[in-house]
Design a protein around this ligand. Structure first.
Ligand code: NAG
Ligand code: NAG
Ligand code: NAG
Ligand code: NAG
Ligand code: NAG
Length: 734
């Protein structure tokens, strides 16, 4: 730029001055979290689209983790700008959830939060309930809309934001830092042949086919006491496979609970401390946590790379590692993200590539855009349009994190007559749609499928939250691939820097993925040409990505000039049309002579306190859908302290417990709950002594009335492990 406008010049001067004087600005910031765990039985899990993958218990509870930001004036001025960022243990954020959250918040904090100033970004766990999206395609496996799942998410998010708002204080400080994790440490590209089609010069700028940078926002009191942390690192929440039935926050959820335990203290139960961390999702579209690569489950050989197949078929090709045990993979990938974030958070010498105190205003800009009909101006001035949504053939192949059940392979560009026929029963794509989506071979023309209501959404929210001069969060309603995200970040950063209101040297731009609505994937144009799963799921045609980038850059321009962009079409609400085919829970019964909560199989009398010890008891139980017990628990592990008092040392929120719910058969009204405890995996120190397991549940009577019950195992002894043997002799003997 030849000449700089006065306002840009002034802003630069302010930034330079505040940097030289080392003035650290205070902010009104609050953190809060709440339980959002929904129905722990019968309900399909969102992500792998496997109808048979339904919930049957809890590994650890799901949470909403909320952070509210304002300038210091926000403490006294109800009209000051505030934004709320929520990282949600769910597959994604959705418009239906955001709208309901906003309308409930309006009653509690009138005029303070709106859909424009809230970002609800899903962590992308594939082990959380489905049924909270409004469009047909996302509801097929879950038998439609699931009110219990929707309600648990909405009420928990409202509670988390309210807690953040009510605990917010002025004068808090923030710092942004960033550094690169090692290649393969916690992520791997699962569509490398798609990535490789991006221009060589562009790939060389970055050096690796996944984003390795982890970004940390440190929130602290004016005296430096830790208050909270938000981390962004690109990886799918798919350490748990499509055979899992236990609700879980996956690797991101575990990273948060570990990080919270470090700053709240290991004795504080998960979800009960004032320090709140979030490991939020970002541009993770083509990024897997199964870091050992893809292998054929029959031969053990690596899969064929271009199509991710074994002997021509996709079903056998799976991502693998780091462990063979998915719970252990969740723990390892979560721990690596948390430990890396801790080095940045604790300001370990030499750990950060970038470290900058946050100063400057809190701002936001938001628009809705009809992504099915957006005019996009390409570089060089050519004008193109996005398309009505459609899915390509490779969509049905799934990914190596969860291969599709049908015989489709990735990078499919030809068509299959059988599917063509099945598809035509549903809907034959128009010639216009086929031409617009080219080179994607259209499997499902979802943009032309409107019965019983639209199969895919088209009005998408996009927003940017600016946290001072050093951090900008781009909230996007999709899964951007590695390069799609990089291009968007670079374009937005350049625009913000050009406006003079962003730190050119240290300013960090992050993408908050799967935020506020879900429109599947977004790949670059070059990746679109290769048509792997992510490209087949890029809904609005080849220029989807260019369209999103164009709108995000305009938002950056609006932030620069402090103007409000035209808000665009309001997203239609389909809530009045939702179909729900999931039957309500049946009444519960127990066998003659037993009572609800009775122990069916008890714990042993004693156990060794060894790393792999498993304590377990099974109780006669009832469908957990009778009561979600939000903020509560279906189990406790209790320790009898030396005063004889039973202290709760674990609930179903902890990693070391599992609540496993099973019906005796598909038609039986009898069901059992198994409570498992692995003391060797606890974050707190477990001492030898007397313990017991308890189970809490709620039964439905034949009349429909619901009443609660509980059960307790016998008391068992945990004994110090015997001395370890080495090479056949007692090590202690030497
Ligand atoms: C906040 O905005 C409302 C509506 O514009 C206005 O009536 C009210 O006076 C403002 N309050 C303050 C403290 O500025
Ligand atoms: C990682 O972050 C640093 C500092 O912001 C930046 O210079 C570098 O380009 C980033 N690396 C990638 C691959 O994005
Ligand atoms: C959670 O914390 C509150 C206050 O810090 C305490 O009163 C309560 O007993 C705790 N709950 C549990 C289950 O530990
Ligand atoms: C993954 O690779 C690591 C390091 O080579 C190895 O120790 C581990 O056993 C592998 N895991 C699987 C499941 O193959
Ligand atoms: C036992 O637990 C109770 C309740 O938490 C507590 O008041 C008491 O101090 C504890 N006793 C010991 C010896 O820790």
């Amino acid at each position: 730029m030849a000449a700089m406008s006065t306002s840009v010049g002034t802003r630069l001067l302010v930034m330079v001055l505040s940097a030289t004087l080392a003035v650290t600005q205070g902010y009104w910031v609050g953190v809060g979290q709440a339980d959002v765990t929904g129905p722990a039985a019968d309900v399909n899990m969102m992500g792998y689209a496997m109808p048979a993958q339904t919930t049957g218990g809890i590994h650890f509870r799901l949470r909403a983790r909320a952070f509210v930001f304002g300038d210091d004036e926000a403490a006294n001025d109800p009209n000051a700008t505030r934004v709320a960022f929520v990282s949600l243990d769910a597959c994604m954020g959705t418009q239906a959830v955001t709208d309901a959250v906003v309308s409930r918040l309006e009653k509690r904090f009138p005029g303070v939060y709106s859909a424009e100033t809230i970002s609800i970004s899903g962590t992308h766990t594939h082990s959380a309930p489905a049924g909270f999206l409004q469009n047909v395609l996302f509801q097929v496996p879950s038998l439609g809309f699931v009110h219990e799942a929707f309600e648990s998410f909405v009420s928990g998010i409202v509670e988390a934001i309210a807690r953040a708002h009510e605990s917010a204080r002025a004068g808090r400080k923030m710092e942004v830092s960033r550094a690169a994790m090692a290649p393969g440490e916690a992520n791997i590209n699962r569509s490398p042949s798609g990535y490789a089609n991006n221009p060589k010069e562009e790939r060389e700028l970055y050096g690796h086919n996944t984003d390795l940078n982890a970004t940390v926002l440190r929130i602290e009191e004016s005296d430096g006491t830790p208050v909270g942390m938000v981390n962004w690192f690109s990886v799918h929440g798919t350490s748990m496979p499509n055979t899992n039935h236990l609700i879980s926050g996956d690797n991101k959820g575990y990273a948060s609970q570990l990080f919270d335990a470090w700053y709240n203290g290991p004795e504080v139960l998960t979800g009960n401390g004032s320090f709140v961390s979030a490991f939020a999702s970002t541009n993770l579209g083509d990024v897997s946590p199964n870091i050992n690569g893809t292998f054929c489950s029959d031969s053990g050989e690596p899969c064929e790379e271009l199509h991710s197949t074994c002997h021509g078929f996709n079903e056998q090709c799976h991502g693998r590692g780091p462990s063979d045990d998915p719970f252990e993979s969740t723990r390892i990938v979560g721990t690596r993200q948390a430990e890396f974030a801790r080095k940045l958070y604790d300001r370990v010498e030499g750990a950060a590539l970038v470290r900058a105190a946050v100063d400057g205003p809190i701002k936001s800009a938001h628009v809705y855009r009809d992504m099915s009909n957006l005019e996009v101006e390409l570089e060089g001035g050519k004008t193109v349009r996005t398309c009505k949504p459609a899915l390509g053939y490779s969509f049905a192949a799934g990914t190596t994190d969860g291969p599709g059940a049908f015989d489709f392979v990735q990078s499919e560009k030809s068509t299959n007559p059988l599917w063509e026929m099945l598809r035509n029963i549903l809907k034959k794509p128009s010639d216009e749609l086929k031409a617009c989506q080219h080179p994607k071979p259209v499997l499902l023309p979802t943009g032309e499928m409107t019965e019983p209501y639209p199969w895919h959404p088209v009005v998408m929210p996009i927003s940017i939250f600016q946290i001072g001069y050093q951090l900008a969060i781009i909230n996007v309603p999709s899964e951007f691939t590695t390069m799609a995200g990089r291009r968007m970040r670079a374009a937005v950063r350049a625009k913000l820097v050009e406006g003079g209101g962003f730190d050119a040297q240290n300013g960090v731009v992050v993408i908050a993925g799967l935020a506020n609505e879900y429109s599947s994937y977004v790949t670059t144009l070059e990746e679109y040409e290769v048509q792997r799963y992510e490209a087949a799921s890029t809904l609005y045609g080849p220029y989807t990505h260019a369209g999103y980038v164009q709108e995000a850059v305009k938002l950056a321009g609006a932030l620069n000039s402090d103007t409000k962009p035209s808000s665009g079409p309001a997203p239609p609400s389909l809530m009045g049309h939702q179909i729900s085919l999931l039957p309500p829970p049946l009444p519960d019964t127990v066998p003659m002579g037993s009572h609800f909560g009775d122990v069916k199989t008890d714990v042993e009398a004693s156990y060794d306190l060894a790393p792999d010890t498993l304590v377990s008891a099974t109780f006669w139980s009832a469908n957990p859908r009778n009561n979600m017990r939000l903020g509560g628990t279906y189990l406790t592990v209790e320790y009898q302290n030396t005063s004889g008092v039973w202290e709760v040392i674990a609930t179903d929120s902890e990693f070391e417990t599992r609540f496993i719910y099973q019906k005796l058969s598909a038609i039986s009204l009898h069901s059992v709950a198994t409570v498992e405890w692995r003391p060797g995996q606890a974050l707190r120190k477990i001492v030898p002594g007397k313990y017991r397991l308890r189970h809490f549940g709620d039964r439905k009577h034949l009349t429909g009335r619901i009443s609660s019950f509980e059960g307790t195992s016998r008391v068992f002894e945990l004994q110090a492990a015997p001395p370890r043997r080495y090479g056949g002799s007692w090590a202690e003997a030497f």
